[in-house]
Design a protein around this ligand. Structure first.
Ligand code: ADP
Ligand code: MG
Length: 462
């Protein structure tokens, strides 16, 4: 039977053949064989010295890339000149620091899968763009950011584990990578093992299948910092959870730092055993909230700076920050789409262009404001009771806020006038239409009210 390593090598060979073509593969790559693995290093045999040099300069970095992708670990590859047939051998994967040449800066373009072969000490590739420098701090993420900084900069274990949680696209993975990169920059000796919970499960299952759980466990034994991203992935996966729990406890018991991320707080994780949830909450639990308007503007500015562009009108940035509220990934996507479009058609970015290009995105972001939310905010803002807003009362103190709420419902949701009427205590659609017109008129003449509405719209849209 082939070992997992030999199997991996078979798959890598197939990829190399596709990548470089039959002729190249047959002359240079086919003769290579896996000899054995030592620690995180794979020894690969090459028949002659000349071939060895050639392979080293032309193909080695790709071979390393493939090994890392295949194993999810920071594999290094050494070429050995040997005519002997490759032998299978026992293999242990350990995340050992790979020697790094004179601190080259990370590629700003961040070509993700083109890993630097002489690269880093983590077991899954880190995105070089995800650093503390590129992370914009605002109210919503300041706790998580401070905790991440603390863990990254302190040699002592501070809180164990650090548990970061929040909705999708809000910067958890960014912070995790930033921590890993920072620890590594400060002290290359420290072994940082970063992997997604999905990868953890995948590796674990593979280890079970090949009766190779020793090697699997081995990789966690000597880590200084263990980071598991998206722990919710192991929900309802019983044996993976069990293994995760053992691993987690073992690392914590050795006073090594553990950092976990999840999509909700430990106690709210569903399908995860209670003892695990409870242990996850022992250290510091820091949440990342949805972004607010200011943070979104800040992120856009920092992103534009990184792209080296200053040709975006302020109204466009503000429009994006106001409209794309769901998460930062989508916000970045929107910005990329607009700038790419502008480059493509060779016209400067304008507000009209932005609205046009992002139609679909904006609509799906808009849908998130509900009439109920508008009513709640308006009642609170004008200090009237929600029940009054929905009642038949005609007193001016209630009637005006009600009109404002109807107006905002029309502006911010895609509901029809009759639908809006129904949500306001079963009023007729003509009443809603009247309210909308009235507020439109008043906005022209009453600057106080105009400001109120602007404030409300802001809070509702952020
Ligand atoms: P999560 O892991 O929480 O789903 P990510 O860390 O993958 O989210 O973030 C999604 C994208 O948004 C990434 O490109 C990340 O760089 C960016 N991002 C999120 N928050 C920030 C922030 N505060 N500053 C800069 N970029 C951010
Ligand atoms: Mg993530």
């Amino acid at each position: 039977m082939m070992t997992p390593w030999q199997e991996a090598w078979q798959r890598i060979r197939a990829k190399l053949r596709t990548e470089f073509g039959d002729a190249t593969f047959d002359s240079w790559l086919k003769p290579l064989g896996v000899l054995r693995a030592e620690g995180s290093k794979v020894l690969i045999t090459v028949p002659t010295r000349f071939m060895c040099d050639w392979v080293k300069t032309h193909y080695l970095s790709r071979i390393i890339d493939h090994w890392r992708q295949e194993t999810g670990a920071m594999i290094d590859v050494e070429l050995v000149v040997s005519v002997q047939a490759p032998l299978p051998g026992p293999i242990a994967v350990v995340a050992v620091p790979v020697a790094k040449p004179n601190g080259r800066p990370a590629r700003p373009d961040g070509h993700g899968d083109e890993l630097d072969p002489a690269g880093d000490t983590y077991s899954a590739p880190l995105d070089p763009r995800f650093t503390f420098d590129s992370f914009v701090v605002g109210k919503s993420n300041e706790l998580a950011h401070a905790a991440a900084r603390r863990v990254a900069s302190s040699a002592k274990v501070q809180f164990n584990p650090l548990f970061l949680y929040g909705g999708v696209g809000l910067g958890k993975t960014h912070l995790m990578h930033a921590i890993a990169a920072e620890i590594r920059a400060r002290n290359p000796e420290r072994k940082v093992l970063y992997m997604s919970a999905e990868k953890f499960m995948y590796q674990f299952i593979r280890a079970l299948r090949y009766k190779d759980t020793m090697a699997f466990k081995e990789q966690f034994r000597s880590v200084d910092v263990l980071m598991i991203d998206d722990v919710q992935f192991i929900a309802n996966k019983d044996s993976t959870q069990e293994e995760f729990f053992h691993t987690f406890n073992a690392v914590i018991d050795q006073h090594r730092q553990v950092i976990i991320s999840g999509d909700r707080s430990p106690s709210d994780l569903e399908g995860i055993e209670d003892r695990i949830k409870s242990r996850l909450g022992w250290g510091l639990v820091a949440d990342v909230h949805p972004t607010d308007y200011e943070l979104r503007v800040g992120i856009l500015q920092s992103k534009l700076e990184a792209m080296g562009r200053d040709d975006l009108p302020k109204e466009v940035t503000e429009f994006l920050a106001r409209k794309i509220v769901s998460n930062v990934r989508e916000l970045e996507g929107a910005l990329n789409r607009v700038t790419a479009y502008s480059d493509l058609v060779g016209r400067p970015v304008t507000l009209e262009m932005t609205q046009e290009v992002l139609q679909d995105l904006i609509r799906s972001n808009d849908r998130r404001v509900s009439i109920a939310e508008i009513q709640r905010h308006v009642a609170e803002y004008f200090n009237v009771r929600l029940s009054d807003l929905l009642s038949a009362r005609r007193a001016r103190a209630v009637a005006r806020p009600r009109q404002v709420a109807m107006y905002l419902s029309k502006q911010l949701t895609s509901r029809s006038l009759p639908e809006i009427g129904r949500k306001f205590g079963g009023r007729d659609h003509t009443t809603v239409m009247h309210a909308v017109r009235r507020i439109e008129e008043l906005r022209e003449t009453d600057s106080g009210l105009d400001q109120d509405i602007e404030n409300l719209r802001r809070t509702l849209e952020t």
